[in-house]
Structures are given as C-alpha cells and as structure tokens.
Design a protein around this ligand. Structure first.
Ligand code: XMP
Length: 521
C-alpha cells in the first residue's frame, strides 16, 4: 500500500523493535514499511523518504551478526536521505562510519536519564534531562569521525550522535518505546525536521484503494471466508463485499465448542446484519472435543485443533462447492505483523506458539486475498470504524484460534470448558460494567490444573483455582499486566467463586510479557 507518498523504510534486525518503530511512525502520520535486513536492496531506496535501522538482540562485532548490504546504507547517506540508527542500528552505523563499538562494563536495561549535551533539531522541544528506555550491553566507545555527540547517560557516553553535514543520526535509546518520555517528539523531529516529510498517512482513507485492488483481482467464482466475528476477519470480508458484492461470498463460522458462550450464534447474526448473504454455521464441537481427549501438551493441543479445523473447513467448502459452484478465493484477516518478512516470522510470538490461522488452508488450493496485510491492529480498527462496523466488533478483544482450549491448562474436558466459559462471562461483564473493557488488550480467566482447600458454607471444599489475566498492550508483542482496581478484582473473584461450580480460589496474574506470554499455553 505505497500510494504516492514517500515511505519510511524500517530495517528489521530481529526482535520486536522494527514493527514497533513502524507502528509509531505510522501513528505520527507517515507510512512505514518493514524490510528484513537481509533483503534490503537499492530498490528499497526508490520512493523512500527516510531509512531507520532498528534495534536487535545481536552484537555488531560478533561472528554472524545481522549485516545488511552496507552499500545500500552508504548510497542512502550519500544521496542525502535521512538515516536514523536505533540501538543495534546506532551501533551498526557507528561502526560502519569508522567509530568503535565494544561490550560495555555493565548493561543498561530499563529507564535511564539522558542528558542532551548539544543543541540539535532532533531534540527540539525536549528538555536537557529526560527519561529514556535503554536495552543494551554494547556501547559506542568512539563516535565516527566527523560526527558530533548529542547526548549521554551515566552508562553510554555516546547515547546520540549526528554526522555533521549529513542527515544521519544514531540513538542508543529506544524512542519507539512508550517509556521514553519524549520518544514521539524525537521521532517526529527526525521525520519532519530532518527528513522533511509531511504527515499524510491515514489508513481509513485507503478504503477506496483497497476495494479497487480487490475488484481488479477478482476473476469470478465463489469466495470462502473462515469467519469468527473478530475485527480482522470481519473487516477483511466486509472490504471484499464492498468490492464484489455479497452474492459470491460464503462465510463459514465453525463452532469449535471452544468459543465463549453464544459466540458462534452471535457471529452469525452479526455478520448477517452486516449484509452478508451466506453465513454458514457449522457445529463441530464434538469433533474438537474428541481430538482433544487425553492431550495435555499445549503445542499438541494446537496441532490437534488446527487439524480438525482444516478438516471441517475443507468438508464445508466441498459441500458448498456442490451446492453453489466453484470456489476460487479464500479471504483471510492477516495483518501486517503476521506477515513473513524475508523468510523470517514477522511477529516474534509466532515462533513461540504456532498460530494456526496464519497458515490456513493451502490444502484448499484457493487463491488467498488478504486486504489488511499492510495494516496494524489499531489501523484495522480505524478502518473498521470508518466502515461503520458495530462497536462490538471493532472493540472486541482478540481471541486465540484454539479458543478456550488454551485457557484450560492441561487436558481439556467438557466440564472444564464450562467452568472457563462461565468465568469468562463474568470477567467480561464486570469489566464492561466498570467501563474498563475497551482500555484492555485482553482480559480472561484461565483454569489451572490445581485444586486447593477452601471453605464454602461451613464445609471444607477442595476445588479448582482460576487465574485472571488482564493486559494492556499495543500489539501483543509485549504486554503489561493491567493495574485493575481492587474493587473490580474483588467483584470478579467473589462472583466466580459464588457462581461457578467447582472453583474456590481466584488468583491475579501480575507478570508482564516478556517473560510470560499473554495466554497461559
Ligand atoms: P501470546 O500468548 O503468545 O499471545 O502472548 C499473543 C497474542 O496472540 C493470541 N494468540 C493466538 N491467536 N491463534 C490465534 O489466532 C493462536 O493459536 C494464538 N495463541 C495466542 C493471544 O490471544 C494474544 O492476543
């Protein structure tokens, strides 16, 4: 989705930084595209308005460190393109330009105080002392010849530099991280003052272009959508409907028996109310339960669920084909961080857990349409809002493909599913009532495979414990546990132990991601 505007090219050196930078740049109103360091080429400079080298978990001097084609960076610098190195990128630029990088005496992780020591446009509008987020062990020991040191911390003597007479900057800290007090100002200064770009990226204005592209591509035949009522798949399907009309589009909602109470029916009704003509509800709950019997390993569960999911979808597609004629396309709600960049997974969590919906049926031999593959989640929500999709869809928390099965730790049984399902209703109800639902990335209960002693009435009880997980996050790559008010937590806990049979204890999860993941499995 390049359009005519000049784009900010963000080079990915691994880890989660590149997407975070790109998101931030887009939030500021500039289009950013992520490119794997190993696929960076001169072609990427065509149409580029700035180049940002991201952070990454490596050392520039180590054997096998991620090294882009430095001729491209040279060319960018020589042609006067604005270039910004962040963390690893800062060290890479320093070394490339003749400076020196070495392992520091000690690491610098977390909040640090930055002291700006030279007047420069990149720090315009920010104070001399400011809080920045650091995450590094290596330091730039000697700045490149011809550069000027702009800022330092107690650990990093060269926390920021500028190549004099060029539009080249290096920052040891992470301006893209919210904990960096003036991060957005610094990034904006780089984009507006240094790169001289004008903000013009507004994803909701691209609806016309997205629709046109789909229409240009469509060559007739039926279109299959595996739908859930979630914001990504619903918005994707809606855009396709705008392009080609409702008639050829068939949405299949599979009730896996692992959904929240009433969710499959809700999804079907909601999709119909949006003007979709063919919304097929398939009840496959028994098949999923069968496949999960005796399975307690999380990855095994995911594999088993994915297998049944494909099987059911394939069967339904064949049935629909007999009734409605040939299917040629599959619409997926894939979003930008889900995409694979230069052979490496875009989202680090994909490598930690297998998200089956990313690789949906190649087996069906359908041409895949992914209208949202260029957008981040918050941008999808902006588009969804612009399309007038209902708030219940737009604000809906993400829900994992394997559903409640990964929220029952250990073996999944009908009884345990019913316990989390009921507890989920309570958690969501209370958060909505407190006006907190929309402020959270996700919030849900998890049934632990642990029984503990309690007292109910006057009798001893020996029942399950439930953990509540509530997080704030911008993209699920990192997350912080939500500091929910005690009274809300108390209400949730008290309702769960009173209303959910088999539970006598509720715990609150206070770990961040990393090191914990959002889901328990
Ligand atoms: P984790 O648990 O890895 O989750 O921190 C990150 C985000 O991904 C969601 N998630 C999944 N989504 N299929 C999905 O569609 C999956 O298998 C899956 N596992 C986790 C999770 O809910 C969170 O938003």
């Amino acid at each position: 989705m390049r359009g005519t505007r000049r784009e900010v090219v963000v080079v990915d050196f691994g880890g989660q930084y590149a997407h975070l930078i790109a998101r931030r740049v887009r939030e500021l109103g500039f289009y950013a595209r992520v490119v794997g360091y190993d696929s960076l080429s001169l072609r990427d400079l065509e149409g580029a308005g700035a180049l940002i080298l991201s952070g990454g978990p490596h050392s520039v001097y180590e054997e096998g460190a991620p090294m882009p084609d430095t001729r491209v960076i040279r060319r960018a610098i020589d042609s006067g393109l604005a270039v910004l190195g962040i963390c690893y990128g800062h060290q890479l630029l320093s070394r490339m330009l003749g400076g020196e990088v070495r392992r520091g005496e000690k690491g610098e992780y977390g909040s640090s105080t930055l002291e700006v020591v030279a007047d420069d446009v990149i720090f315009r509008g920010t104070p001399r002392l400011q809080r920045v987020w650091m995450s590094h062990r290596d330091v730039v020991e000697r700045a490149p010849p011809g550069s000027r040191v702009l800022a330092r911390t107690s650990v990093s003597r060269i926390a920021a530099f500028r190549l004099v007479g060029a539009r080249v900057y290096g920052l040891q800290f992470h301006p893209e991280v919210r904990h960096t007090e003036y991060g957005s100002t610094i990034l904006r200064n780089f984009l507006v003052e240094v790169a001289e770009l004008e903000p013009s990226w507004r994803p909701e204005e691209l609806v016309g272009e997205i629709v046109r592209r789909i229409r240009d591509r469509y060559r007739g035949g039926n279109v299959l959508v595996a739908a859930s009522g979630g914001v990504d798949s619903t918005t994707a399907a809606y855009l396709v409907k705008m392009a080609i009309g409702a008639e050829p589009i068939h949405l299949v909602v599979i009730d896996t028996g692992l959904l929240r109470r009433g969710e499959a029916g809700w999804a079907q009704r909601t999709l119909k109310s949006l003007g979709f003509k063919h919304v097929h509800l398939v009840d496959a709950a028994e098949e999923f339960l069968d496949a999960l019997r005796g399975v307690d390993d999380p990855e095994e569960k995911r594999r088993a669920i994915a297998e049944v999911y494909f099987r059911v979808l394939e069967r339904e597609a064949e049935r629909l084909e007999r009734e409605y004629g040939e299917f040629r396309y599959l619409v997926q709600g894939t979003i930008y961080p889900d995409r694979i960049e230069s052979g490496r997974a875009g989202r680090s969590s994909d490598r930690i857990k297998s998200h089956h919906n990313v690789t949906l049926p190649e087996r069906l031999r359908l041409e895949v349409i992914e209208p949202l593959a260029d957008f981040y989640k918050d941008e999808v929500r902006r588009i969804a809002r612009a399309l007038g999709l209902p708030g219940e869809v737009v604000e809906r928390h993400p829900f994992p493909g394997p559903g409640l099965a990964v929220r029952v730790v250990g073996e999944v049984t009908r009884e345990k599913l019913e316990i989390v399902r009921r507890a989920t209703e309570i958690v969501e109800e209370e958060l909505r009532r407190a006006g907190l639902y929309g402020q959270l990335w996700q919030a849900f209960p998890v049934l632990l495979p642990v029984k503990t002693t309690g007292v109910k009435g006057d009798a001893r009880s020996y029942e399950y414990a439930i953990a509540i997980r509530a997080v704030v996050s911008e993209d699920a790559m990192t997350a912080e546990f939500a500091k929910l008010p005690w009274d809300v937590l108390e209400r949730i806990a008290s309702r769960i132990v009173n209303e959910v049979e088999g539970v006598n204890r509720v715990l609150y999860d206070v770990t961040n991601k990393p090191p914990a993941t959002i889901e328990f499995e």
